[in-house]
Ligand binder design. Structure first.
Ligand code: KE4
Length: 448
């Protein structure tokens, strides 16, 4: 319930909706004021500050399935779900029970445990490109480590990445494309040395010509891609593009590295590589494998992974890598992902996408809704979005207004045009219906 006694989710579909009460946010405001004194921007990760949708952050108090509650008592249908790890929803009983049981035996040992072996086995059983795994604590750490391994294995330094893709805040990857087709990176953040990004070449996603040109001009250690890019919004690969990257990697001697931190275990049991039938040399994973507790990993062939210390000479380490809470949460989460789960993740995404297209059209708001199993983006763009350039042409003000209007109506979206919604096993048909009812009003508000 929120301040006015109604639910922020509003009445069930079909009943006349009373005028939306303003969100009560006194406690969030108090916390934000205090947080600003103690945390840069008041948050521990920039996108949470909600600056890109023109408002201040909401402080969350608890989550329950597909819903999240803020400190002022407002509650929302949550399509952000911690940016992807919570594929079974907030506080799934099986995950909570597994973490509690693990915690009772000790939260970390800094020594190998059975659960780490089980997680590695679960990943290798699912992911076509995984014969061996190394666990780390974040997607950034996994990307950094996979790149180091690719450079050691090839004896090359250069890295080819795609504009609009995000692989964590590794110095060499915080690079922006300069001008031109295939360009040497320039630092995307102060503090990133030019020398660090000089070895990074950035090309356009789905741009075969740019890839071929880059590979003709230099030798690369790796072609690094999100196979289903989700950090420019969801921009799926053009037909055959992933197979093209596989072929280009083979021809050029570069390794193909898929960053499946978002797509892994979400778009299919074995990730995008299983769904597309294209197996990379190295795979970066995260989010789902920790079930909401910090965990990530990189994986590849035995030959490649046995280069990693202590088996090999490529150094990488981590105090809390594979810790008992993360492996307990990860295993409990992966065990929930059976064939029926992927059917459900597809059905929810498709129902949402179809309904959003309809209500946007009814309000006369031009949008492009991209969706696949367990992922969806509403681009405020009149026409298809096939590249970062297309995504950057979106009406971000309209998107921000849409997000704010939905928050007022009890629906919490990822607060950025360049992110995706995260359908989960906890989202019911009623959550979809309530979201569509709120979206119809939010699109009408944006259209005004
Ligand atoms: P972390 O270091 O944040 O665990 O993972 C970095 C990362 C790597 N690869 C991909 C494809 C990713 O999407 C991410 C991080 N995802 C963002 C949201 N798109 C995390 C949200 C945030 O930065 O707060």
């Amino acid at each position: 319930m929120n301040a006015s006694g109604g639910s922020a989710l509003g009445p069930p579909p079909g009943e006349r909706r009373p005028p939306d009460p303003p969100l009560r946010d006194a406690r969030s405001q108090e916390l934000y004021a205090r947080a600003l004194e103690l945390l840069p921007g008041g948050v521990n990760s920039p996108v949470r500050a909600m600056g890109s949708i023109g408002r201040e952050p909401i402080f969350v108090s608890r989550g329950e399935g597909a819903e999240v509650f803020d400190v002022d008592g407002n509650h929302y249908v949550d399509w952000m779900l911690s940016w992807g790890p919570l594929i079974a929803g907030h506080a799934h009983p099986a995950v909570v029970e597994a973490v509690a049981a693990a915690a009772g035996k000790g939260t970390s040992f800094g020594a190998p445990t059975e659960a780490e072996v089980e997680v590695a086995a679960a990943i290798c059983e699912r992911v076509p490109g995984a014969e061996m795994v190394r666990m780390v604590n974040s997607g950034t750490e996994a990307a950094m480590s996979a790149i180091r391994l690719a450079r050691a294995a090839t004896g090359r330094d250069r890295l080819l990445k795609f504009a609009g893709a995000y692989h964590g805040h590794v110095d060499g990857l915080l690079a922006e494309a300069g001008s031109g087709l295939a360009t040497a990176g320039i630092p995307a953040s102060p503090g990133v040395p030019a020398a660090q990004v000089a070895a990074t070449t950035i090309v356009g996603w789905n741009d075969r010509q740019a890839v071929e040109r880059a590979l003709s001009e230099s030798d690369f250690a790796a072609i690094l891609a999100e196979p289903y890019p989700a950090n420019m919004g969801l921009v799926l690969p053009a037909e055959g593009f992933l197979a093209f990257l596989r072929d280009q990697a083979d021809r050029s001697g570069a390794l193909l590295v898929f960053d499946e931190v978002i797509s892994g275990f979400r778009v299919a049991r074995g990730g995008a590589q299983e769904r597309e039938g294209v197996t990379p040399d190295l795979t970066i994973m995260g989010k789902v494998i920790g079930g909401g507790v910090p965990a990530a990993a990189y994986a590849g062939s035995r030959e490649l992974m046995n280069r990693v210390a202590p088996a090999g000479d490529v150094y990488q380490a981590g105090t809390l890598s594979g810790n008992p809470l993360a492996t307990a949460a990860g295993l409990a989460t992966l065990e929930l992902l059976d064939e029926a789960a992927y059917d459900r993740l597809t059905a929810v995404a498709e129902a949402l996408a179809s309904g959003l297209r309809d209500v946007a059209a009814a309000a006369g708001v031009p949008v492009h809704v991209a969706c696949t199993t367990g992922l969806l983006t509403v681009f405020f763009h009149d026409g298809p979005v096939a590249s970062y350039a297309d995504a950057k042409a979106c009406d971000t003000d309209a998107h921000a207004g849409f997000c704010r209007a939905l928050l007022k109506r009890g629906v919490y979206l990822p607060p950025s045009q360049f992110e995706t919604w995260f359908p989960s096993l906890a989202h019911t048909d009623a959550h979809v219906e309530r979201t569509l009812a709120a979206a119809a009003e939010a699109f009408a508000e944006v259209a005004r």
